[in-house]
Design a protein around this ligand. Structure first.
Ligand SMILES: Nc1ncnc2c1ncn2[C@@H]1O[C@H](COP(=O)(O)OP(=O)(O)OP(=O)(O)O)[C@@H](O)[C@H]1O
Length: 291
């Protein structure tokens, strides 16, 4: 009896003779060294196992040129002995909602990055952080931040409504829990924008259930230039931010990803963040948010 050899459908060899050298050469290159190392007896045994899915000789499969598609599919199913399933092949057809924590020193471009992501990924929910700082000219309440008084903020702390909060450069900033729960319940991915202190706290609360991104400028000089050009800080506040940034850079290794936002290359940084989101969605072992 003649049987076909897997991966070399054009070659038929007598089963009891094993595999001819010419056939081994035709196999995928990665298989050749393995096959060559087998004894004659083992080759026969190996190919016998590999060929278990061979079609029964009685089933007629029309040629690709002549058969119509459905006829060919039916013949292939009959040959395999079962029908082809239409269920998703991916083990993760519905990936879990993602919590993305975006952090980094002051002036590296976190807000600029997030502002672009809002347009390129409208399905993301950007958690609106509560803050006691005053709005900058272009900032909108409820969109950029929830601008609240110190009393209102401390009330939120007391009622345990914040996932984390901190005093940053003299102002309170905090992440409202309920907002995250609500959006994740709808299946949305959520993005949190926090300072390094906040990211450290969130790591303790969320552990590996969230993805932590550290945004940096290409150099310290570039970061300082951006802060100066933004014209939002006093000289004193600039000095504090630069000193803090030097300390904060030491935390980069606790993050999952680093995103370099180079001068004039904001689009590249946005694309990198989008790729990270897509890669996380394709992970076989999904993160399970702990909130
Ligand atoms: N790739 C870039 N090239 C040039 N300028 C940039 C780039 N990214 C951001 N900027 C500018 O740098 C300045 C600082 O950016 P942004 O305010 O987004 O920083 P941030 O990290 O959010 O700072 P902070 O933590 O202090 O709020 C802004 O004026 C912004 O327009």
């Amino acid at each position: 009896m003649f049987r076909r050899v897997l991966y070399s459908s054009s070659v038929s060899v007598p089963y009891h003779l094993g595999i001819p050298t010419s056939t081994i050469k035709n196999l995928r290159p990665c298989f050749s060294p393995i096959i060559n190392s087998l004894s004659h007896k083992k080759r026969v045994k190996t190919f016998s196992k590999m060929g278990e899915a061979r079609r029964p000789l009685s089933v007629h499969i029309p040629t690709l040129q002549k058969a119509d598609r459905s006829e060919l599919l039916r013949a292939l199913e009959a040959s395999i002995g079962s029908s082809f399933a239409s269920e998703p092949l991916s083990p993760i057809p519905n990936p879990n909602p993602l919590i993305l924590v975006i952090s980094g020193p002051s002036g590296v471009g976190k807000d600029a990055l997030i502002s672009r992501l809002r347009h390129s990924r409208p399905a993301l929910h950007f958690v609106v952080t509560a803050t006691t700082r005053l709005p900058r000219p272009s900032e909108v309440h409820g969109q950029d931040y929830l601008f609240v008084s110190k009393e209102e903020f401390l009330g939120m702390v007391e009622r345990q409504e914040l996932l984390e909060y901190a005093l940053v450069y003299g102002d309170y900033k905090g992440v409202p829990k309920q907002q995250i729960r609500d959006y994740m319940a709808k299946g949305c991915d959520v993005v949190l924008r926090v300072d390094i202190q906040g990211a450290d706290t969130l790591r303790k609360v969320l552990g590996k259930s969230a993805v932590f991104l550290f945004v940096v400028a290409e150099s310290e000089m570039a970061m300082v230039e951006r802060l100066v050009d933004r014209k939002t800080e006093t000289v004193e506040s600039l000095l504090v931010r630069i000193g803090t940034a030097r300390e904060e850079m030491k935390h980069v290794r606790s993050f999952d990803y680093v995103v370099v936002n180079a001068k004039g290359k904001l689009d590249n940084a946005v694309k990198l963040v989008e790729s990270i989101i897509d890669a996380e969605k394709a992970k076989v072992s999904q993160r399970t948010p702990l909130i």
